[in-house]
Design a protein around this ligand. Sequence first.
Ligand code: AMP
Ligand code: MN
Ligand code: MN
Length: 321
Amino acid sequence: MDYSKLNDIIKSSKNILIISHINPDGDTLGSMCGLANAIKENLKKKCDTLIVSSLPKIYEFLPLVKDAKHIDTIDKSREYDLVINVDVAALDRICDGQILFNKAKFTVNIDHHKTNNGYADLNIINPDASSTGEIICDILKSFGWKISYETAVCLYTAVLTDTGSFRFNNTTPKTLETASELLKTGIQPAEIYKYCYESNPKSLVLLQAYCLEKAVFSDDDKIVYTTVYKKDIEKFCAGEDCTEGLTEKLRAITTTEVAFVVKQSGHNITKVSMRSKGLDVAAVCAVFGGGGHTLAAGCVVKASVEETVRKILDEVHKKMY
Ligand code: AMP
Ligand code: MN
Ligand code: MN
């Protein structure tokens, strides 16, 4: 892909803001910090970064993440020359970040979700890429920029987490080539693995155990789901990001074809996380205004937890049979 337009716009912009998506994961945070660090080191230009909901504790190790601005405190009247969204499948996934996005002189959308509708002035969308981090790595190489140790930590985290440690079917030869190049900077894979997968608080593990125990199986165990209520989160004193990895645990059951987690997020606001082994769950989530990838997708439904479970089951049945 030709990234020269992006190169020109980054070079000519004085004030740059990079935005990550709500409920940030390793890909959006690693991409945001990796790109910001690369711009800083290669162009000697500081750019702002923005987080629109709370930062999961496990990602506090990412270089530069502590410098990120938060949506509650950032000056929303500011007009940036350039706003770049990373891993943001749809514009509403940056919440009030849209105020800054809409005011920017130029906007860029770098993503790998197939449901991304190309909402920016310049759209770099590659659904064949494992992660947005993989695309960013490609971009930096095409610019002829140096990828430092710190940038590599960020981008490796992005690729690692979005491929489920190189296990999911989005892992391609190109993904492993990207990982190989990043490793050559001297980063320690075992250390990054530990931060991402072996730094869970006890409260998260116990809450997830409780949610697994109450999982409901249907359709000869082909469909499995569980629910997470606010009272469950409170009972275990877990954080908002306590369901990270839970849907994958349900998919890991031999008989599972479709797994989903329905989490109470507010009054009649429910967040759904879906995984499958074949069925297009992005299409299921798109019915409710969400999206994602074929085998991993999500949506937010304006209904109670129970009603959302019924709606999702209905939609899965329609697409499954
Ligand atoms: P999650 O289950 O939250 O890990 O999300 C699975 C995948 O679907 C990720 O790639 C998300 O970026 C994407 N996704 C989750 N929620 C939404 C949404 N409301 N709209 C579009 N994509 C989403
Ligand atoms: Mn993401
Ligand atoms: Mn991603």
